[in-house]
Design a protein. Structure first.
Length: 385
């Protein structure tokens, strides 16, 4: 296993160096070529996915929904890849530029991270989108999906050029060896349930950006437009309940709770209302709590939130700004659905995930979040006194 891990990582390192030499247009073309292959091989990919779905019989509806690929979803994947290819290239972007008193010209410039190990579960569309984001930003990708999507992931990875994107077999011992290769793998991104992420964080010597669960709240203030609040809650909870930015808890100000809650229950008859706080249901369930003002709402979020997505519905700008300032989350919204915390919706193109840690990236991770900044210094013979 140690030798297998080292071989995967070394091939990825060589591929990353090759990518670093490619012009931006060539990296974009690698992504466009993969999109074309996905469309040409759609029937083959759907067939592979059907094999995975057959093995997953008995799993819950949310799990099967995340796993499923069909012709419309594959068309969406190909569109997402083309959108990534069309995005501005962050590599080489000058973030800051200034002149020192001694004449040195200093720049901070974006550069690829290198080799990215992505670990995720169930959603094979993540395979294609993560690969595209890595390629476009000049990074080699090691993709370790779950065993439940093994055939689907293999069919998708085969659409990318070999070595730039490699599939890591879903073997726990192999993963453990990869996590020790801190000099060869530059970043690990786990995306899945809390137990998976805890395992990675505890075992890894490679830097880890965590994508923990989304326990997302919406606070309806006393002065809120209740028509708007209802629309935000219905959209956040029912539009796609099995995703990480779905609404999981509604905080109702006491002044409007008695009249608004029955109306909300009537608007979502398919949704189970309960008082299980701090839970990511990923289902047609929502927790409700009545709070005495914004202070209690903010305290509740601090205790039960997951630093993913939090929203407030209010007409009061000062109250909204207080909520934005005091709530710690990767995305805070005012009068908008939690479903907007998404790379595509926020203008990043596709995303590799939503970071709930604060190691260089917080929120959806697009192309820029897959780069670092380094210093480039130009002089004319200066030496340090």
């Amino acid at each position: 296993m140690k030798l297998s891990a080292m071989e995967l990582a070394q091939r990825a390192q060589v591929a990353a160096r090759r990518l670093a030499k490619l012009p931006s247009a060539d990296r974009a073309q690698l992504v466009l070529d993969a999109a074309d292959r996905i469309e040409r091989r759609a029937a083959e990919i759907v067939s592979a996915n059907e094999t995975d779905l057959a093995r997953a019989r008995g799993e819950n509806a949310a799990f099967l929904d995340r796993l499923r690929l069909d012709a419309p979803r594959l068309a969406g994947v190909a569109r997402a890849l083309r959108d990534v290819a069309a995005l501005p290239d962050p590599v080489g972007e000058v973030v800051e530029s200034y002149q020192r008193p001694n004449g040195l010209h200093v720049e901070r410039v974006r550069a690829p991270l290198g080799v990215i190990l992505m670990i995720y579960e169930a959603r094979p569309n993540v395979t294609a989108e993560a690969a595209a984001l890595c390629l476009r930003s000049g990074n080699a990708a090691l993709l370790r999906g779950g065993s439940e999507a093994l055939q689907s992931n293999a069919a998708l990875i085969a659409c990318f050029e070999e070595d730039f994107v490699q599939q890591v077999p879903p073997d726990r011992a192999l993963l453990d060896e990869l996590l020790q290769l801190e000099g060869q793998i530059d970043l690990c991104i786990p995306r899945g349930g809390p137990s998976l992420i805890r395992f990675i964080a505890e075992r890894s010597r490679v830097p880890v950006i965590k994508h923990y669960q989304g326990v997302c709240h919406l606070y309806v203030a006393a002065d809120a437009d209740l028509e708007m609040a209802q629309e935000l809650i219905v959209n956040g909870k029912t539009q796609r309940p099995a995703v990480c930015n779905a609404l999981e808890c509604v905080l109702l100000d006491r002044e409007i709770a008695a009249s608004f809650l029955p109306r909300l229950q009537k608007a979502m008859p398919q949704v189970e209302f309960n008082a299980e706080y701090g839970v990511e249901f990923l289902d047609l369930k929502v927790a409700v709590k009545v709070v005495d003002g914004a202070g209690e709402a903010i305290d509740h979020i601090a205790r039960f939130g997951s630093r993913h997505t939090e929203s407030i519905c209010t007409r009061d700008r000062a109250l909204a700004e207080r909520f934005i300032r005091e709530v710690d989350a990767s995305c805070v919204l005012w009068n908008a659905s939690t479903r907007f915390n998404d790379g595509g919706e926020l203008g990043l193109g596709s995303e590799i995930g939503i970071s709930t840690s604060k190691l260089h990236a917080y929120g959806p991770m697009g192309l820029r979040e897959l780069t670092c900044t380094r210093f480039v210094v130009r002089g004319d013979g200066q030496v340090r006194p």
